[in-house]
Design a protein around this ligand. Structure first.
Ligand code: NAD
Length: 317
């Protein structure tokens, strides 16, 4: 009987979808590699949360045909080895865009309004911090979206509702398509960075993009700039960003993602309360977790029963 291994916990609706499938499934708790490797021996499908799925694991899965990610990023999978083994990888497509876009706006607003510091101050009896006039507005400001895919587009729509002038840099999307969405297309990243009041990253991690926001680009940002990252922590230089905020060269930053997760205590972003943080939970709303888990289970099941029309496969860039 076709067997699916679920690696990491799912929402209740995900388990209901597995029950409904009538396929055999086994749940392996996150990071229990010994059990995972044992269960992979006869598995044809895997439903995978965000935990690493590396070469040593893939080599234990000789019958595996499909890895179905609960999400859209695939940088936790050793894609080269998966490809060598002829394994397809399915992603959940547009299921989480709205939740991630909402979190992007949450971080932007929290950073712009310095809400964490004001919250701390009032609890500590420091009412006078209100006189510091240390909050800025979104209205009328320039927004640069780096990446104009599913989440970038939705974030752009939300930014417009706040009265922002939205720009996008995405060399892989036709500029006419960007402009037809009422967004200004930017041809060069450094030029976009230099004119932006707010910058938000919506591109995949990986060797082509890691480190894209480096010290040099950070030095081009306006002093009132706010940069937000809900994509991958490897995209920006955390030390350079932390230095720029601490030295007042940019206004603030917000991030949901870190170069190393769970975040390590010596991460430079932790030491500065001007920078607003969240623990990679953009898509982890109650509503979105249900949608993601059901879609990932359905992708694995439909792929394995040969009904692949609605299964979105990850394509290497
Ligand atoms: P998507 O594939 O729809 O869009 C990505 C866009 O980035 C594409 O249009 C592509 O052309 C563009 N792009 C790639 N490299 C680029 C570069 N160097 N410069 C400019 N544009 C570039 O993906 P999406 O659904 O919008 O998701 C974006 C990213 O968000 C994912 O890759 C994932 O890492 C991240 N994500 C994070 C969470 C979270 O919980 N924080 C949840 C979902 C997705």
């Amino acid at each position: 009987m076709t067997k699916i291994v679920v690696y990491g916990a799912l929402d209740a609706k995900g388990y209901e979808a597995l029950e409904d499938s009538k396929l055999k499934y086994v749940c392996v708790p996150a990071f229990d590699l010994e059990l995972l490797h044992r269960e992979l021996g006869d598995a044809e499908g895997v439903v995978l949360r965000y935990h690493p799925f590396l070469k040593e694991t893939l080599l234990k899965a000789p019958h595996l045909n499909i890895i179905s990610r609960v999400g859209v990023g695939c940088d936790n999978i050793d894609m080269a080895t998966a490809r060598q083994q002829g394994i397809d990888v399915a992603i959940t497509g547009d299921v989480s865009s709205r939740a991630v876009a909402e979190q992007t706006l949450t971080l932007m607003l929290a950073a712009a309004k310095q809400i964490i510091r004001y919250d701390d101050a009032i609890r500590e009896g420091n009412w006078q911090l209100r006189e510091s006039i240390d909050a800025i507005e979104l209205d009328g400001k320039s927004m640069l979206l780096i990446g104009f895919g599913r989440i970038g587009r939705r974030t752009g729509e939300l930014c417009k509702a706040f009265g922002m002038k939205v720009h996008a840099y995405d060399p892989f999307v036709d500029s006419d398509e960007i402009e037809s969405a009422g967004v200004v297309s930017v041809n060069a990243l450094n030029e976009g960075i230099a004119i932006a009041d707010f910058i938000s990253l919506h591109i995949p991690g990986g060797k082509n993009n890691d480190g894209i926001i480096n010290k040099e680009l950070i030095s081009l940002m306006k002093p009132q700039a706010v940069i937000v990252n809900t994509s991958r922590g490897t995209l920006f230089d955390e030390n350079a960003l932390s230095d720029a905020v601490r030295e007042g060269r940019i206004f603030s930053a917000g991030t949901d993602v870190f170069s190393k997760e769970p975040v390590s205590k010596d991460n430079p972003l932790l030491g500065n309360k001007r920078i607003v943080l969240s623990p990679h939970n953009s898509a982890m709303t109650k509503e979105c977790m249900s949608r993601l888990c059901v879609k990932a289970v359905n992708n694995a099941v439909e792929y394995l029963v040969g009904d692949k029309d609605n299964v979105l496969l990850f394509e290497d860039s």
